[in-house]
Design a protein. Structure first.
Length: 86
């Protein structure tokens, strides 16, 4: 599976904006990424295993708020950082 990495997290991936990862759920993919890019998962998921408020995760075109979301062959996980300002 390919994972789209937002610009604010590319410091963890040595500048890569798309990286391969393995896993049957969103969380397994994030754990796989974190093993190669330590600290990345914590920027996306909090201590209670909830997706952080300012992060948006999509499996294909469908947003998910659950790290337990199952993934199928051919799915792509897209991670976005929500924009804010005032």
């Amino acid at each position: 599976m390919n994972v789209l990495i937002p610009s604010q997290l590319t410091t963890y991936t040595d500048g890569a904006t798309r990286v391969p990862a393995a896993g049957a759920t969103v969380d397994e993919v994030l754990i796989d990424l974190d093993q190669r890019f330590p600290g990345l998962r914590f920027r996306v998921v909090d201590e209670q295993d909830r997706i952080r408020r300012h992060m948006r995760l999509f499996v294909g075109l469908e947003e998910t708020r659950s790290v337990g979301r199952a993934l199928a062959d051919g799915d792509e996980l897209l991670i976005f950082g929500a924009l804010s300002g005032g």
